[in-house]
Design a protein around this ligand. Structure first.
Ligand code: AGP
Length: 609
């Protein structure tokens, strides 16, 4: 969602802020702005629309200031406009502030401040913070921020600067990420590391309730409660070039093509071929209670990560005797659940920051569950909330539509199922077969990627359809949901995913010659049933695109178009199949001229409820 970048150092801040905002664009936003302190005054430029527009406007000025803050805003309170864009200011514009999150009690604070003569110029919840800090300011900026934060309820990651402190940035976090980058004579603050990776890879992850005061050379952290804390800078592995396009027209396509490598990174060092076994260093501490003895697993996640969880349920059911439930985090957090001590709760999240997943985890923790995580972003909130967990090691995923990390999640979840299965009844030979299947996946995905031109041609044929149905059974059912979600997200074509068996219970009413169906019909025990569903569609003049297993020549008699994927173990077949669906969605969006990496209204990490 919104993106934050702050800079204090020895170089002009403006180009660094603009480049940081460019690197944060993938998070989703609809307005942007920066403010720089120069000659004891603030230069602020904000506007709705893209960072490029902001950069063009700023190019008309020669800002030389070496301290500044920048923000990309994803509208929650008030439409995208200049007045609502960050940075926000107090009345005399001596205080500038950028904020991610939501101040829940902003209305009552706003009434109190208005009663004391404060004047508001935006519809945002954020502006109240600038006035609160102004109200509390007695010469010490950290103290003023602390006092202001003491009055707010809600979530925040914020950075503040004051013209009377041109050598200091103050930042704080609660429920919204904030990282400090430690450079040589310069410091950066950001909502995620990709904003400044090109300048430093030494990072301090702030914890909830931390307040950090930053100068060009140093930083001190204390908490809202007034305790001084020591947090050391850690080097991070991600390479800055991971965030470059490397010749691809979009990050989404680049990430789709990276998937063989993403899987290799996910399985590297984690499979023991000779024992038909998986091993995760991050789970060693909980192997007994979490992996050997567990009987009840609850998976919580949102969106695409939720579909990875749905897929995992089938795989766990195949390889283990675990009782597995999969919950949408935003529903689970308000339900009475059967989570209790002994339940293992696994949170899946690419970003590690999804607000609903974080809240559902807090609920699960309260009920005594053992919390595990499967997360891509190292040091993220979810990774730090769990007792143990597994990283995807997938590198940054920039495209708003998740692709490579979904694939990585599915592989890692299959490995976790293998681990539990082998501790229980799964034989070594069955285990070896699973290991072998997983190791061949990168090659299988390569073969689907070679079909990109063929998939593009099919997408071009169907891209003008206004509606799509995606169907699949068993392991392919979550992939049908994921295929529909990908298409909706980036092409804005209405698409529904359904369990193939459910089609006749309602969805089939929509089928006609203008309503194509993508049928996931890879070879498994449900293949014949899915083919029957395809016949039903055909009889109603529906057009069919089939995703089928190589060698299945008969399917071409029913389907109008076929995309073949390599044969492998039944429960791994959906993984190459979903790569075909990602490419299909990508090319449909391209044919429709959509903004693929920054689809409208969407954000990469959803840090509000
Ligand atoms: C994926 O394409 C979506 N943009 C979205 O559904 C995403 O998967 C969801 O918001 C969950 O995100 P997370 O994995 O970072 O928790």
């Amino acid at each position: 969602m919104c993106g934050i970048i702050g800079y204090i150092g020895n170089k002009p801040a403006t180009p660094i802020l603009i480049e940081g905002l460019r690197r944060l664009e993938y998070r989703g936003y609809d307005s942007a702005g920066i403010a720089v302190i120069e000659n004891d005054a603030v230069c602020r430029v904000r506007m709705p629309g893209k960072v490029e527009k902001l950069a063009a406007k700023i190019a008309q000025h020669q800002f030389e200031g070496t301290i500044g803050i920048g923000h990309t805003r994803w509208a929650t309170h008030g439409k995208p406009s200049e007045a609502n864009a960050h940075p926000h200011a107090n009345g005399d514009e001596s205080i500038m502030l950028i904020h991610n999150g939501i101040i829940e009690n902003h209305q009552s604070l706003c009434s109190q401040l208005t009663g004391r003569g404060y004047h508001f110029t935006s519809e945002t919840d954020t502006e109240v913070m600038a006035h609160l800090i102004d109200d509390a300011y007695r010469g010490d900026l950290v103290q003023a921020v602390k006092q202001a934060l003491g009055q707010v309820t809600g979530t925040y990651g914020l950075v503040v600067m004051h013209t009377r402190h041109p050598d200091q940035l103050v930042a704080a976090r609660r429920g919204s990420p904030m990282v400090l980058g430690v450079g040589d004579g310069e410091m950066l603050l950001a909502s995620d590391v990709s904003a400044f990776l090109r300048l430093t890879n030494k990072v301090v992850y702030l914890e909830d309730d931390d307040i950090v005061s930053v100068t060009t050379k140093d930083f001190t952290i204390d908490t809202l409660a007034g305790e001084q804390v020591q947090r050391d800078a850690e080097p991070i592995e991600w390479q800055d070039n991971a965030a470059d396009l490397e010749g691809f027209p979009h990050y989404m396509l680049k990430e789709i093509f990276e998937q063989p490598e993403t899987i290799t990174n996910a399985i590297r060092g984690r499979l023991v071929e000779s024992e038909g076994m998986a091993h995760f260093g991050g789970l060693d501490d909980v192997l007994e209670e979490g992996m050997k003895a567990a009987q009840h697993l609850v998976i919580i996640s949102c969106g695409t990560s939720y579909y990875a969880g749905l897929y995992a349920r089938y795989v766990f059911e195949k390889l283990t005797d675990l009782i597995v439930e999969v919950e949408i985090a935003s529903e689970m957090r308000y339900r009475k659940t059967n989570i209790r001590p002994g339940t293992v709760v696994l949170a899946i999240s690419q970003s590690g920051e999804t607000a609903d997943t974080v809240a559902a985890m807090r609920e699960a923790e309260r009920k005594g569950a053992l919390l595990l995580g499967l997360v891509n972003v190292v040091g993220s909130t979810i990774s730090r909330m769990t007792k143990a967990g597994v990283y995807n090691h997938g590198g940054p995923e920039i495209g708003v539509a998740s692709t490579k990390i979904f694939i990585s999640q599915c592989c890692i979840l299959a490995m976790m199922a293998l681990l539990h299965g082998r501790f229980n009844h799964l034989s070594v030979t069955d285990g070896m077969e699973v290991v072998n299947g997983l190791m061949r996946l990168p090659d299988h995905i390569h073969r689907v990627l070679k079909e990109a031109n063929h998939i593009h041609a099919i997408a071009a044929k169907y891209a003008q359809a206004n509606n799509f149905l995606f169907i699949g059974r068993k392991y392919n059912y979550p992939m049908a949901l994921e295929g529909a979600l990908k298409l909706k997200e980036i092409s804005y074509i209405h698409a529904e995913g359904c369990a193939a068996g459910e089609m006749k219970h309602g969805f089939i009413a929509m089928i006609d010659e203008n309503f194509p169906t993508v049928c996931l019909a890879t070879r498994d025990t449900t293949y014949e049933k899915t083919v029957s569903n395809m016949q039903e569609i055909k009889s109603r003049n529906g057009r069919i695109i089939a995703i089928a297993t190589e060698g299945d020549d008969e399917i071409g008699d029913i389907a109008d178009d076929v995309i073949y994927t390599p044969a492998t173990l039944d429960f791994l077949q959906p993984i190459p199949a979903v790569v075909a669906l990602q490419l299909f969605a990508y090319y449909c969006a391209m044919e429709r001229g959509c903004d693929i990496d920054q689809p409208r209204n969407l954000a990469k990490s959803v840090t509000v409820e």
